[in-house]
Ligand binder design. Sequence first.
Ligand code: 5GP
Ligand code: MN
Length: 340
Amino acid sequence: MEIITNKIAGKIKTELKNKDNIVIFTHRNPDGDALGAALGLFHFLKSMNKNVKVISPNAYPEFLHWLPGDSEVIEYNKQKPLAKSLIAGAEILFHLDFNSLSRIREMEKAVIGNLKAVKIMIDHHPDPEPFADIQISETRVSSTAELVYYLIRSLDKSSLRSKDICECLFTGIMTDTGCFSFNSSLPSTYEVVAHLLRSGMNKDRIFDMVYNNFTAARMKLLGFSLDQKMKVLPEYHTAYISLTREEMKRYEFQSGDTEGFVNFPLSIKGIKFSVLFLEKDKFVKISFRSRGEFPVNQLANKYFNGGGHKNASGGECELNMEETLKKFEGLLPEYESMLK
Ligand code: 5GP
Ligand code: MN
């Protein structure tokens, strides 16, 4: 399948020919794919001698801070004046791993305010908003990192010998497929991985940095969550976990500690729908996951101001935790037939 047409690659090539000041940014709370894709593209554009910067709307977990180029990532929340001036001065703005401007929240105004930059979207979520001048939006691929790979390959294949680029892109593919357990049934994903491995990068080291890098307190929080805070609703083939701020604090919560918790209930026989509710300052952050055909993005979008993929979505609720859980349980009868 042709993921990036010659026409699109040609358009991007033309833009890159004439423009030097480039800003790449990702969605809020960037994950391994958002940062891996952004930094992979960053290293590639640097090798073309571009003046390129990566901006993340906010902080991100410790287990991503080893990525090559991490020290150059600018956090919008912490360095607003600098980030704003970089966005205002950019000639190209790369929007990576999101397709709705609401996902960059605090940065939205600054990005919209730059009327002269060419806006390029590279993303793999459904239903893109039409804000980009050049749009690469492809839901069939594993990750945004895989899309960045195809773009780099069509612009300058020899760059894919760079270990830095390959490590970043591999991290995106590995994390967005849950180590090749979902969104990863196309043979082409493995052809991409094979090519990345030829750079000499060490995939086992990357696995260790991402998945074997937690504190003992985090492991205990996981135990507590599963033992004390998981509710199973067999009649709806659903299970959920909820954690209050006090509970997270008790286990010395650090950003990223609850990453992956939402997947555990899905390994219970018969469970098709799993949800994680986390109490934040002003709202409850919700993660939805499903196995099979149940489209969690529909429910996330209709009731929780969110969205995402069919089997992995997120959203928010401004009610308190107790009321959020009540609202959620109250919705399940509407979806009963789809959860059979
Ligand atoms: P997570 O549960 O890991 O935060 O997010 C899972 C998926 O849902 C990701 O692909 C992410 O892009 C999407 N997602 C998470 N939160 C939101 C949200 O608030 N709005 C939308 N539209 N998508 C979200
Ligand atoms: Mn992604």
